[in-house]
Ligand binder design. Sequence first.
Ligand SMILES: Cc1cc2nc3c(=O)[nH]c(=O)nc-3n(C[C@H](O)[C@H](O)[C@H](O)COP(=O)(O)OP(=O)(O)OC[C@H]3O[C@@H](n4cnc5c(N)ncnc54)[C@H](O)[C@@H]3O)c2cc1C
Length: 259
Amino acid sequence: MPLAPLPDEDVEFALARRRWCTPVVAELTLEVIEQRIDFDAGQYVLLQDTGRAVSMQSYSVANAPREDGTLTFLVTAVPGGPTSTWLTKGAQPGDRVLVSGPYGSFVADPAHHGPTLYLVGGSGLAPAKALVEAAVARGETAHPDAGSRHTLLFSGRTPEHLIDHETFTALAAQQPGFDYVRTLTRVDGSDVEPPRGRIPEVLPSLLPDLSEHAVYIAGAPGLVDASTKAAQQLGARAGRVHTEEFYAQPTPWSSGSGT
Ligand SMILES: Cc1cc2nc3c(=O)[nH]c(=O)nc-3n(C[C@H](O)[C@H](O)[C@H](O)COP(=O)(O)OP(=O)(O)OC[C@H]3O[C@@H](n4cnc5c(N)ncnc54)[C@H](O)[C@@H]3O)c2cc1C
């Protein structure tokens, strides 16, 4: 098995572009200045400004490794969050960004030869997008083989919260071994095409038997927790469920917890 890439620290990249994908998620493209970062699809890096005015935070690389070393990210603008606000609103094209990494084990398992399922919401799409891109590049989605399909289930609140919907729809049309399904959680009315509802509600009718699947789940803690339970109830084996939780849920203050 090839060795995982070793992390580098504080490598300077240049912000090339920023594009809003949804009202709250921006895609950032960072270009190599001198040194590149080697990583495996699905891993994350730490980002910070060169003046270290904001704290270093983790972001999953949203692309598979590229020839030119470009890194893309899907960053949720967290209200009052210093680093995400800097990345989504403060930093300007041409600005330098410090990149450290790679880190993490949310990567393809070379020993797995069965189907693969990605369960993601919001910017949790980032590592799944990288893993899908790598699977397509390896030719794994070129054949309509039920035993090795890749399925991406994206959960968004409303149609405007979908990220790269047209791109994934087109990819599914081109790649016979890739399926893309979106579910919407905050829409009412039958004029919205199904599926509607959260991942645990939608999954049983989409894929009722996950006993042969590798399952990759990424995003907010609530989504990761609920999707993990749902996958296990459908037979996903513990060793084949990979999770990437993006942040710790703040503990609600209660009168019982104070002094
Ligand atoms: C392994 C890993 C990979 C990650 N990858 C990504 C990624 O690809 N894209 C991305 O946007 N974020 C990602 N994150 C989250 C990211 O590291 C930061 O936590 C986030 O950007 C907030 O940082 P901040 O400095 O802006 O705000 P902070 O001051 O650190 O956070 C403020 C509060 O907001 C909450 N919060 C943090 N992130 C979110 C969020 N996304 N949505 C809603 N509330 C949030 C937390 O409860 C926190 O207490 C990842 C985290 C980890 C651990």
